[in-house]
Design a protein around this ligand. Structure first.
Ligand SMILES: *[C@@H]1O[C@H](CO)[C@@H](O)[C@H](O)[C@H]1NC(C)=O
Ligand SMILES: *[C@@H]1O[C@H](CO)[C@@H](O)[C@H](O)[C@H]1NC(C)=O
Length: 264
């Protein structure tokens, strides 16, 4: 008997708990009128509110995605390596000659400091390899004239501004991917471009087989480019690394840099 008594007590506790925990459901199920309607309306309203909120969230995220895409669209439509830029900077050219052990000892055969000064609007560039006593050569190119300065003097050459980028293999190199590269000791996002250079590409007489270039995300700085050569040539790889490329504030003009001896 005491067992029945106990269990009935338990039962009532359980049912009381159920009523406490699921009180609302219990009253919805009850057919008696007004409060059940109010709750139904409340639930429908709540449902509509959630649907509204979800729709708003979806619309918001779609808009945001579109805005982002549009923002990218404005500046990131350049599917090719940007090279016709107004910029200046210093860096290095590393020349790797063909060698059976270049993979083991991947250090350049020659390295020279490079100075780069470029005006896109005026179509002028100064490209200087080595400096002072160690000057290898310096090119001063405008839209219509070109000069090559070396230790032994300065001579007029046939190359002009546009030809320079042909020769370097920088034209029509396709955007491939985004990578983080080390620029000035910091990791920065960079676009990576890669492709087969046009047949006009010639570095010291040899056509590279592959070009890889790196720009900043705004695509207004050329940070680096690498030319790879066929095994039948003396070169393995020529790498330009210009991590300090910055804005050319227009106060520096290539015209001012051309040595007088070139203009004689
Ligand atoms: C897009 O490019 C313009 C002009 O080059 C620049 O002023 C602007 O800041 C760039 N916008 C973004 C989001 O990078
Ligand atoms: C400039 O002169 C150097 C040294 O003579 C030479 O190696 C280089 O090919 C010349 N560059 C051009 C574009 O004429």
């Amino acid at each position: 008997m005491s067992r029945f008594g106990d269990s009935s007590t338990e039962g009532s506790v359980v049912s009381r708990r159920i009523q406490e925990d699921f009180g609302d459901d219990v009253s919805v199920l009850s057919t008696t009128g007004e409060s059940s309607w109010r709750i139904t309306i409340f639930k429908v309203a709540l449902g509509l509110f959630f649907i509204g909120a979800c729709t708003a969230a979806i619309i918001y995220s779609v808009n945001k995605a579109e805005a982002k895409r549009a923002e990218h669209g404005v500046n990131h439509t350049k599917g090719f390596l940007p090279y016709d830029l107004t910029q200046k900077g210093e860096g290095y050219v590393h020349i790797f000659m063909q060698s059976p052990d270049y993979r083991v000892n991947n250090t350049p055969t020659y390295s020279y400091p490079v100075e780069w000064l470029q005006e896109a609007n005026n179509k002028r560039i100064m490209y200087k390899v080595g400096h002072g006593e160690h000057l290898q050569y310096a090119l001063y190119l405008t839209a219509t004239a070109g000069y090559n300065q070396t230790h032994s003097g300065c001579s007029k050459i046939g190359m002009v501004y546009d030809d320079f980028f042909d020769a370097m293999g920088l034209k029509y190199v396709q955007l491939r991917t985004k990578e983080q590269i080390k620029v000035d000791e910091e990791m920065e996002d960079a676009y990576v471009y890669e492709g087969e250079p046009t047949s006009t590409a010639k570095f010291f007489g040899y056509g590279p087989s592959l070009v890889r270039g790196y720009s900043n995300i705004d695509q207004d700085r050329l940070w680096a480019f690498e030319l790879f050569f066929y095994a039948s040539t003396p070169y393995f790889k020529i790498e330009h690394w210009l991590p300090e490329m910055g804005a050319n504030d227009e106060s520096s003009s290539v015209l001012d840099a051309i040595p007088k001896e070139c203009l004689n």
